[in-house]
Write a protein that binds this ligand. Structure first.
Ligand SMILES: Nc1ncnc2c1ncn2[C@@H]1O[C@H](COP(=O)(O)OP(=O)(O)OP(=O)(O)O)[C@@H](O)[C@H]1O
Length: 256
């Protein structure tokens, strides 16, 4: 089956004074349709650059990035992008923030309203649909950002440290919320995080990257059932995979 997203021999350099800096070196990765893949690795290993290329916001230097087998040629409504900073419009209510992306799709107003309503319900924000972002907690703002991405009905969600700014408890709650949303309306997800527990809890597979140059170090299968639960999080099987990921992040041999 054609992978949903493919990185084929992707390298990327950025110009630096006195020469180029190789940020990503020959990355090969296939992500299957409806798979949940998390990406971890040391700071500067190129996680955001990789995701930005899948989003069509950054061009690969060499190699190919394919979506359903066709080259990515810029951003598109088939990919929803969610960053750590909530990127909500402060003057718009939750409902209007969620509807914003739909306006660009030229949908009739009643269809727009219906879709926004559904996405807001999906992330559990129905009681706050008319609230302004400044009255919401960080977790609620991020749920609003997720609803906005979902409303456009993208096949792929690209999430760059979306819970990075949240406290530990809110973060865990949003992980459950995201998995609940994903299990009800499954999309292909590529999710970047610095948090090894989060990476294992969410994913089908964890991609561990290494730095200097940025590259894929290991891909670790998370052979644990969904729904993921607190019990599972505290289980020996979870610990085993978590330790394996932790070890491969923190004890990387330098590149040959
Ligand atoms: N536009 C740019 N110009 C020059 N260098 C860049 C640019 N974007 C990224 N880099 C460099 O490429 C490398 C990878 O950056 P990237 O942000 O992708 O890493 P990351 O793994 O997401 O880091 P972090 O975990 O700290 O967010 C870094 O060394 C960074 O300085």
């Amino acid at each position: 089956m054609t992978p949903k997203i493919s990185f084929r021999n992707v390298s990327k350099s950025f110009p630096l004074k006195g020469g180029d800096f190789l940020a990503l070196d020959r990355v090969d990765l296939d992500i299957a349709d409806r798979e949940f893949v998390t990406v971890v690795g040391p700071s500067g290993c190129g996680k955001s650059t990789l995701m930005s290329m899948a989003a069509g916001l950054t061009e690969p230097g060499t190699g190919d990035i394919l979506l359903d087998g066709a080259p990515v040629a810029g951003p598109g409504p088939d990919r929803g992008v969610i960053f750590q900073q909530y990127a909500l419009f402060p003057w718009l209510s939750v409902r209007n923030n969620v509807e914003f992306g739909l306006r660009l799709m030229n949908l009739p107003p009643d269809e727009r309203a219906k879709r926004a309503e559904h996405a807001i319900e999906l992330v559990g924000l129905s009681d706050f649909a008319d609230a302004l972002p400044k009255t919401l907690s960080g977790g609620m703002k991020q749920r609003c950002a997720i609803a906005r991405a979902y409303a456009v009905n993208p096949q792929v969600l690209l999430m760059d440290e979306p819970f990075g700014a949240l406290d530990a408890l809110t973060r865990v709650q949003l992980q459950d919320q995201l998995l609940d949303t994903w299990s009800r309306e499954r999309r292909t997800v590529m999710f970047i995080t610095h948090d090894v527990d989060e990476a294992v809890y969410l994913a089908n597979r964890v991609v561990v990257m290494a730095a200097r140059p940025g590259r894929i170090h290991r891909v670790i299968d998370v052979d644990l059932p969904y729904p993921r639960t607190e019990e599972l999080r505290l289980s020996p099987e979870f610990s085993r995979i978590r330790n394996e990921v932790w070890h491969s992040v923190y004890h990387q041999a330098p590149a040959a």
